[in-house]
Design a protein around this ligand. Structure first.
Ligand code: ATP
Ligand code: MG
Length: 308
């Protein structure tokens, strides 16, 4: 999944025009900005993190987000917790995405994913699977329609709120995207460092999550000395170390053999069992048949089947 900073900059654009047609099911509760700090301390946290932009700040592990200079700990769970327990984790209302005038990468998608679900996003190449994940991650904006994450409007998110949204979403890519000159421990620790977590928490949490993915004995190894499956497990540990409410995985087993695919699926299942909502884009028929999960099947940007 290429995440382009220029697209993120687009989030500063004025709010989009009204949706093309009336919503069949109105958002409940109504859309609101992702981050609406209420208390003084919440405001202080947001300011501490977003601060003034730094011209030469280094990019974060995914290359899309400058590493902020934290000045105060941030309770991200407080900032993007679902507005009520009944609030869906992800909701789309007539969402269309056009990259160009000609085609529609996503075409009038309306769907709902509840907290704790494990959903496969399936469909042939070019169907719009990655595009759907990018919209949820605010790497792209819908051309029309509304997209809510935990009840908060992502379709017209302020640019300053994008990093806060992303701190609540773990992302795993097909090509791992690890820092090859850092150790396994450092790769995972980095995800917490950019959130301003304390050294104490990092020392405790990183080995724990690496043990969970079966890499407790590889902490000081660099990724180039790991197998493909092990590298993907580091990427999953990095995505989960912050215990995000949502995990997006884009073809995470695309380069792996069936045994390693099974290992990775087991890890995603464990994360789901711990309460993380998982969205997994795949066109691997083995996964679709073997793991009986709800599957959203896309063809040419349209949702043609929602089964399971
Ligand atoms: N940045 C872009 N600019 C223009 N068109 C794009 C861009 N990204 C995707 N598209 C187009 O949008 C459509 C959906 O692409 P997307 O990457 O979401 O498909 P996909 O289902 O993830 O495919 P794959 O299985 O090959 O990864 C395709 O027609 C693709 O060519
Ligand atoms: Mg894709």
């Amino acid at each position: 999944m290429d995440v382009d900073l220029s697209e993120v900059d687009d989030l500063t654009a004025p709010p989009m025009a009204a949706p093309r047609r009336a919503l069949t099911t109105p958002p409940d509760p109504p859309a609101a900005p992702v981050v609406a700090p209420r208390s003084h301390s919440e405001r202080a946290d947001a300011v501490a993190f977003e601060g003034p932009p730094q011209a030469d700040a280094p990019l974060g592990p995914w290359g899309h987000e400058p590493v902020p200079t934290p000045r105060a700990p941030l309770d991200v769970a407080r900032l993007l917790r679902p507005r009520t327990t009944a609030t869906p984790m992800v909701q789309l209302f007539h969402v269309t995405k056009r990259y160009t005038r000609e085609g529609r990468a996503l075409d009038d998608l309306t769907l709902r994913i509840d907290k704790g679900e494990f959903v496969l996003i399936t469909g042939p190449s070019g169907a719009g699977k990655t595009t759907l994940l990018k919209l949820i991650f605010a790497a792209e904006r819908p051309s029309a329609g509304q997209l809510l994450v935990a009840g908060h409007a992502v379709h017209n998110l302020r640019r300053g709120s994008v990093p806060l949204l992303r701190r609540n979403i773990g992302v795993v890519f097909q090509d791992f995207r690890l820092l090859m000159d850092r150790t396994v421990y450092e790769n995972v620790a980095f995800a917490l460092e950019v959130l301003g977590r304390s050294a104490h928490e990092i020392r405790q949490r990183v080995p724990t999550v690496l043990r969970q993915v079966g890499l407790g004995d590889k902490l000081q190894v660099t990724p180039n000395r790991l197998s493909g499956g092990e590298q993907q497990r580091v990427a999953i540990a990095r995505a989960l170390v912050n215990e995000p409410p949502i995990l997006l995985a884009d073809e995470p087993t695309g380069n792996l053999d069936p045994a390693l695919t099974h290992e990775i699926m087991a890890l995603l299942n464990q994360a789901n069992a711990r309460g993380t909502t998982v969205l997994l884009a795949t066109h691997d028929p083995q996964i679709i048949q073997r793991y009986k999960r709800r599957a959203l099947h896309l063809v040419q940007g349209r949702l043609v089947r929602d089964a399971g």
